[in-house]
Design a protein around this ligand. Structure first.
Ligand SMILES: Cc1ncc(COP(=O)(O)O)c(C=O)c1O
Length: 397
């Protein structure tokens, strides 16, 4: 297939100031922000500078309500079920802290769980005697649903966690399949959607999760320093609340009592950056306006073209060949120094990520190779970006 860039996507690229300076294959790290996202933050900063921070939030209260709606729409949720946080890991910790674990309780997690999440689970195990049980994977790297059901029946876990799209490869897990099992067996279910947010339409109701965590800066193209946490009606009505709510998440009644906020706001802090929030809202609106279904289709074309070009590149191996459809592509070259290659590509203005094994020590593909260069294009990636990348990869060997 010849990779072309229709006008619509060319226009979106023209809306991306960074695309004039770098060739960006690091959208799974942090995407280049489009003009409206940058503009929304600059404008909000200016307003705070001119009238004061608290006063700016009051003046913009209607827009702030709209930001919640726009961000919630990216995951098919209502604003009442959305908490805005500092990052995805922060969301994850708040959610975990709300589940009343006791010693001996079981949490089931796959190999693909993000390293920071795994560390939090192990920390819970260390402090409270919770047991972390591994969900086996199919040969394609997805959670083995039958084996998971056996574990659920055997261990009666309190929580199952899953990652929608893994960080070190393109593997897309069957999060709705896992969700159906969790509903059937009445187990809490938390999904990390950090890499899927902004790549595709997401409907948390279809996934059937209790919590969904994500971050603004990746495929959604928002700023750094913002995250979201979806909290289901079930969690809210069961009265679960984070371990350390502040005076936004709860109201102090008297010297003995506080009352948690009604909605997912219970999981938020009083203080956060409204400038960053303005950028998050603009990124959500931008993606919703393009249409996440159309973004998904365009990304599939970019992904297919890049993967097929990489297959023809001597000396390089795509580590997750034939598995996920997602445009997070780990590549490896035998006997080479991956970090030096990342640096050499950077000299050409090509941004990539160097992944070492300790990022994902349970990733079977990475385990065998030892390292990978992760390539993550976006819908604004152009044919000439791909040409330059391929030239850089050839030159690196
Ligand atoms: C799958 C996945 N989960 C979680 C995270 C952590 O996100 P944050 O840095 O916003 O906490 C990442 C970051 O790369 C990720 O790829």
């Amino acid at each position: 297939m010849t990779f072309t860039m229709p006008d619509e996507w060319r226009r979106l690229r023209a809306d991306t100031p960074g695309a004039a300076h770098v060739v960006h294959f690091n959208n799974a790290g942090a995407a280049l922000m489009p003009g409206p996202v940058i503009g929304a933050m600059q404008e909000y900063l200016q307003l705070e500078a001119e009238i004061g921070g608290y006063e700016a939030a009051r003046a913009r209260s209607a827009e702030i309500v709209e930001i919640y709606r726009d961000v919630a729409a990216t995951i098919g949720a209502k604003a009442e079920n959305l908490a805005l946080t500092a990052n995805a890991t922060d969301s994850y910790a708040r959610a975990l802290s709300s589940i009343p674990f006791k010693a001996g309780d079981v949490i089931v997690a796959a190999w693909s769980e993000y390293a920071s999440n795994q560390i939090q689970l192990l920390s819970l195990a260390k402090r409270f005697g919770v047991r972390v049980v591994r969900a086996p994977a199919t040969s394609a790297g997805q959670t083995d649903i039958d084996a998971l059901e056996e574990i659920i029946k055997r261990d009666r876990p309190k929580l199952v966690v899953a990652v929608h799209i893994n960080t070190s490869s393109g593997i897309i897990d069957d999060v709705a399949g896992i969700g159906a099992l969790c509903r059937l067996h009445d187990v809490f279910y938390m999904v990390d959607g950090c890499q899927s947010l902004g790549q595709m339409p997401i409907r948390v109701a279809d996934i059937g999760c209790d919590f969904f965590s994500a971050t603004a800066r990746k495929f959604l193209r928002g700023p750094r320093g913002a995250g979201l946490l979806y909290v289901s009606d079930r969690i809210l009505s069961e009265g679960l609340e984070p371990l350390f709510p502040d005076l936004r998440g709860a109201q102090l009644q008297n010297e003995k009592e506080y009352r948690p906020a009604a909605g997912a706001q219970r999981f938020e802090d009083w203080e956060f950056s409204y400038i960053v929030l303005a950028g998050f809202g603009a990124a959500a609106k931008y993606a919703n306006n393009i249409g996440l279904d159309r973004i998904e289709k365009r990304l599939a074309d970019v992904n297919d073209s890049l993967r097929s070009a990489l297959r023809g590149l001597n000396g390089w191996r795509v580590l997750d060949e034939g598995v996920g459809a997602s445009p997070i592509i780990p590549i490896f070259a035998e006997g080479k120094d991956g970090a030096a290659i990342r640096d050499a590509l950077a000299k050409w203005g090509v941004n990539t990520t160097f992944i070492e094994q300790d990022w994902a020590p349970m990733d079977p593909r990475l385990g065998e190779a030892g390292w990978a260069i992760r390539l993550s294009p976006h819908y604004y990636t152009s044919p000439s970006d791909i040409d330059l990348l391929l030239q850089g990869l050839r030159d690196a060997l």
